[in-house]
Design a protein around this ligand. Structure first.
Ligand code: ADP
Ligand code: MG
Length: 267
């Protein structure tokens, strides 16, 4: 496998007025092409900040992010984000029109966008719903549509920030299965943020554990696919992950750590 993403020593500090808040501090890791990586940790530990930096939405204070050898400087279709919110589509366009809109913005050729849009709708299990509007769909269907639109621009990296956080448990199980099928079929590389340990275990190859803005550990998932939640190996891996997470605490960086970052960045 080839290395796709290299994150080297990145730090992001937010400044609101006089106050500085460390989003993430000195984070380094690599992602191989085709990998499914989760980022897990308590609320406020910097998961979204990390994803936003990789997407190019945030300017980092130090460090480097490289995708396929190119430095990340701004948002580009090579890195597509799917958010938690259920209203990510233009409400005045149908599902199919939303997908075609995204494809046309990226692909200037006069390809057969209709056919391609149908392919992506089918891929996420929404065949037959191309003429529906977002507001006519359930939460799960909206997230499927957001994934179809994201994939239609053929990103190298799909960034998913708690995309299924507002779905019920039944809908989640079905959408997990769909996402795994899509991942296997397209070979897209995924970084998936969650605070749900079972979701991270069910989906990913590698789990990055965050706490207080820092990367605390990188855990390889040893379980074969498909992952059965009642298997003994599953339960013991879940226990291992939860005890690792429990050792960490939630909240902001303490003032000592913040001063260390400030000194390093020479504000
Ligand atoms: P998570 O996604 O893990 O809940 P975030 O990345 O959203 O965590 O937040 C990490 C830290 O950065 C938190 O302390 C949060 O309050 C702070 N933060 C996030 N976004 C901003 C912002 N735009 N301005 C100031 N502070 C922010
Ligand atoms: Mg978040």
């Amino acid at each position: 496998m080839n290395n796709l993403l290299t994150v080297s020593n990145i730090t992001k500090v937010y400044e609101s007025g006089k106050r500085k808040v460390v989003g993430i501090q000195d984070i380094s890791f690599c992602v191989e092409e085709g990998e499914f990586v989760s980022v897990i940790g308590p609320s406020g530990c910097g998961k979204s900040t990390l994803l936003r930096c990789i997407a190019g939405f945030e300017k980092i204070n130090s460090g480097d992010i490289c995708l396929d050898g190119h430095k990340v400087r701004r948002p580009e279709p090579s890195r597509f984000m799917v958010f938690q919110g259920l209203d990510q589509l233009f409400p005045w366009l149908t599902l199919k029109e939303n997908i075609i809109f995204a494809m046309k913005a990226v692909d200037k050729s006069q390809g057969s966008f209709e056919k391609k849009a149908d392919y992506y709708l089918e891929l996420v299990g929404l065949e037959g719903f191309g003429n529906f509007y977002g507001y006519q769909l359930s939460g799960g269907m909206k997230q499927r549509a957001a994934i179809a639109r994201a994939l239609s621009v053929r990103p190298k990296l799909l960034l998913m920030d708690e995309p299924f956080g507002s779905l019920d448990a039944f809908t989640r199980r079905a959408i997990h299965q769909m996402l795994l099928n899509v991942w296997q079929k397209t070979g897209v590389t995924i970084i998936f943020v969650t605070h749900d340990m079972e979701e991270a275990i069910d989906l990913s190859d590698k789990i990055l554990v965050f706490a207080k803005g820092r990367l605390k550990g990188l855990i390889e998932n040893p379980l074969p696919r498909p992952r059965e939640r009642d298997a003994t190996a599953y339960r013991s891996f879940l226990l291992k992950l939860s005890s690792f997470l429990e050792e960490e605490t939630t909240g902001f960086l303490d003032s000592e750590a913040l001063s260390a970052v400030e000194a390093k960045l020479a504000f």
